[in-house]
Write a protein that binds this ligand. Structure first.
Ligand code: 13P
Length: 276
């Protein structure tokens, strides 16, 4: 049975003054048995979000609580990298990290090999990763979306010990977020069936790469997800949740999205859905 995950990518929004309160409101309005919730604020807001939703023991926020994630991490352990943050520096602040987001591929020139190094650095420091992959519109229109995403996975996981990225202690070390680049921030979503086919292809690739338990790897959809569009994706048994951008800053939207994810978790028998 695969985990159901809803992760909020706040991108470059919120400040240390307002992030904690937003996280607290979202956390209190999204309690759904069986849904792993992760809030990923900017680095400078990690402590505020942790204090608001997780308390000082950030590890305790995993599982049924709300977990805190970073939006990026550097691939080296320490050194002369002005402005960068190493994985070990996130200890006590975050338990998850987003790597390979298309905005970083686009704006910071991150390529698969570097993203792979970030993945390994994160795992080495005990951080769970959400690895983002996704094709450009021209790739989808040319019928090569699966080939592009497959190549991204191969490039990012080359050199990784895949045995390290399975599930441990009831939680996965790796989730993949399929985020078609043309669907991010555009209001245009992929079709649920296309996203589901991609999720299956991602798991097939990981199994072919030799990942034990690759068939249980959670695959999330991301790209203009709202409370109105989430059903199209979670109606697909192959999709295990969402990585939410713009809508994740709105408590009403997050409440709707996580409520829908709760139905998926209950249907999978993750937890009995309380009768109310
Ligand atoms: P939007 O939900 O704003 O399209 O962003 C998606 C995303 O990039 C999440 O990582």
């Amino acid at each position: 049975m695969r985990h159901v995950i809803v992760a909020a990518n706040w991108k470059m929004n919120t400040t240390p003054r307002d992030a904690g309160e937003l996280a607290r409101v979202i956390g209190s309005r999204t309690r759904e048995p069986g849904v792993i919730r992760v809030i990923c604020p900017p680095y400078v807001c990690l402590a505020a979000v942790r204090d608001a939703i997780a308390g000082p023991d950030v590890a305790a926020s995993d599982g049924m609580g709300v977990a805190v994630g970073a939006q990026n991490v550097h691939h080296e352990a320490a050194g002369a990298y002005t402005g960068e943050i190493a994985a070990s520096m996130l200890a006590g602040l975050a338990t998850w990290v987003i790597v390979g987001h298309s905005e970083r591929r686009r704006d910071a020139g991150e390529a698969d090999e570097l993203i792979g190094r970030k993945l390994r650095a994160a795992r080495g420091a005990g951080l769970r990763s959400i690895l983002c992959v996704g094709e450009q519109l021209a790739d989808r229109e040319a019928g090569r979306a699966e080939a592009v995403v497959g190549a991204q996975l191969l490039g990012c996981l080359d050199g990784a010990d895949l045995a390290d990225f399975g599930t441990e202690g009831g939680l996965p070390w790796l989730a993949v977020a399929y985020e078609p680049v043309w669907a991010i921030g555009t209001g245009r979503t992929a079709r649920g069936a296309d996203a589901a086919a991609m999720a299956d292809a991602i798991r097939r690739t990981l199994v072919a790469l030799g990942m034990r338990g690759g068939e249980d790897l959670p695959v999330l959809y991301g790209g203009s997800v709202t409370s109105g569009s989430i059903d199209e994706f979670l109606a697909e048994p192959s999709i295990d949740g969402a990585l939410v951008g713009g809508a994740s800053l709105k408590p009403d939207e997050m409440a709707g999205i996580v409520a829908r994810a709760g139905l998926t978790a209950a249907a999978r028998g993750a937890f009995a859905k309380p009768s109310s």
